[in-house]
Design a binder for this molecule. Sequence first.
Ligand SMILES: [Zn+2]
Length: 296
Amino acid sequence: MKEKYRFIIIFALLTAVFFLLISISRHNEKKKQIEELSEYLDNEEVAFALANNFKMEELRDFLDFDNFSIFYFRSYQRLKDDYNLTPLEAINLFHNPNFYSFYKNPKPALFLETPLVLVNKCYYLEEDFVPKGLVMIDNYDIPHYDRKGDEIQLKIATMDSLKLMIEEAKAKGHSLVVYSGYRSFEKQRYLYYEVYNENDDISARPGFSEHQTGYAVDISTSKAGLTYHLEKTEAYIWLKDNAHRFGFILRFPKGKEDLTGYQFEPWHFRYVGIHAEVIYQDQLTLEEYIIVNFQL
Ligand SMILES: [Zn+2]
C-alpha cells in the first residue's frame, strides 16, 4: 500500500515538473519573439503581432523592409500567395496599387537623374524638367538622322555607351542610325496631340515619355527607319542580343504590352547602365525589375 502511494506521488511530481518545464520553455520562446519583434516594431505593433498569432518564420521575410507595416501583414501575405510574389513585391504592390494602372493617379518619376529613372504611364516628369548633362550627338561622330534646329541630345553616359555600341555593331557589319533622343515636354505635347492624335498605344502623353529623361534613344537602320521592317533585319537581331552589354535594354518588348502600356517597339532602347544585364537575362521589363528589387 505504502509503496503504491509513493509511486503515485512520484508520478504526480514528475508530471508537474514536466508541465512546468513546458510552460517555462513557452514563456522563454515568447520572450525571445518579443525581443526579436521589438528590433523592428514599437510596443503597440508587437502587441498586435502577438494578438494575431503571426508566426515568426513568416514575418521574418517581411520585417526588414522600410514600408512594411504589421497592420497590413495579412494583406501582404495574401498578395504574395495569390500572385506568387516575393515579400518585397507584395509590400510594394500593396502600397502602390496603381503601379501598373496607366494614367490612374500617376506619381512623380522614380530614381530621377539616374539610369534607373522610371517614367511611364504611371510615373511622370514635370513640365519644366530638363535632364542635367545633355550632350549633342554632333560632337560624337555617331551616324544619326539630322533635323535642322532639333539636334539629337542624350545624357552623357547614354551617349558614351551608345557610341561604343554603334561602333561594335559597325564592326560586325551592322550600320545603325540614331533617330531620336531627348525630347522636351513641349515637343512631346506636339507629337501626342498633333502627330499621333492622342493614340496612347503608340505615343506618350506629355510628361509621361521617357524620352524626356535623356536616357531613351530610338535606333534603326537607315533603310528600315522607325518601322516594323527593322524587326526583320540582322542589325536588329544583333542589337536585341547585345545592347545589354552596353547598358541598354529593349524597353517595349513583345508580349509585355500590358506591363509597359506600349506596342512592341523594336527601335526604342533605354539606357539603364549596370541593371541591363539582369533585365536582359531574366527577360524583365524595367517595371518588373524595379518592383522586385527596390523599396517603393
Ligand atoms: Zn522612342
